[in-house]
Design a protein around this ligand. Sequence first.
Ligand SMILES: NC(=O)c1ccc[n+]([C@@H]2O[C@H](COP(=O)([O-])OP(=O)(O)OC[C@H]3O[C@@H](n4cnc5c(N)ncnc54)[C@H](OP(=O)(O)O)[C@@H]3O)[C@@H](O)[C@H]2O)c1
Length: 261
Amino acid sequence: MILVLGATGTTGSALVETLLARGREVTAVTRDPSKVAVRDGLAVSTSIVPAEAIYLVAPPGPEIVEHDRRYLEAARANGIGRVVKLSAIGTPETPVPDNQLGSWHQPGEEAVRRSGLVWTILRPTTFASNSLAWADDLRSGRPVPNFWGDGQQGVIDPADIAAVAAEALTGDDHDGQTYTLTGPELITVPEQVAILGEVIGGGATTKDMDAGEIGVFAEGARFVREGRNAVLTDDVERILGRRPATFRAWAEANRARFQPA
Ligand SMILES: NC(=O)c1ccc[n+]([C@@H]2O[C@H](COP(=O)([O-])OP(=O)(O)OC[C@H]3O[C@@H](n4cnc5c(N)ncnc54)[C@H](OP(=O)(O)O)[C@@H]3O)[C@@H](O)[C@H]2O)c1
């Protein structure tokens, strides 16, 4: 049985379906069990229980390290032998004081590597599903505020992250590996918005914004604007034996989420 943290969230929910489709037993870990539709092969728990492996997902923020340490300790206490941690692209190997975003995951990664469990670390880039934050603007015909300028990113379909996680959780080919997961192409936010406009059958535009002083979000936006997240790797293709999904493919599969009800 495999424990999936963040099972009600973006990659965790896709991972649950992927593992069930492979005939694996899964326990979804959530603070609110009513959010999980228990069925054959799928149980729900509010805490860590004995399992073969655990998918370690933390909500974004500075509490990631405490979260990771707490769940690793519980995993060890429950005899869990394998952990796959969802980290983030740009996470430095050693602490960097002025890299706030990267620093969120760095100590969590370190805790995973020292945990005594067999581990794999996944560092995905920006999720395609982040664009759901623009759905209201697209539905209303308003321009999408663009804080990211023309910075390119290798935007990834969260289902591809889940597919890689399923490989790492169920086999030993990826033990001790740290992967940087990207989609197949570099794309800017205005290009993403233009694709969404085509997919939903209406025009869609962006409105350039100054990221300003809005804390960590501005730091992330500046990082992208400066072209520092223009990274593509072939890790997804090497692990899955197929090309990762394009942003357009993700947008077509999620068209209804951007259209008026
Ligand atoms: N979004 C991106 O572009 C991106 C890129 C790279 C890396 N990441 C990393 O991916 C991870 C997941 O991010 P996400 O935004 O996509 O999250 P998510 O998968 O949507 O959410 C994960 C889960 O965290 C739980 N959760 C939410 N708030 C919580 C809280 N305050 N305390 C405890 N649990 C809480 C929720 O589960 P329950 O409510 O069911 O308990 C939720 O299902 C983060 O560590 C982030 O750094 C994200």
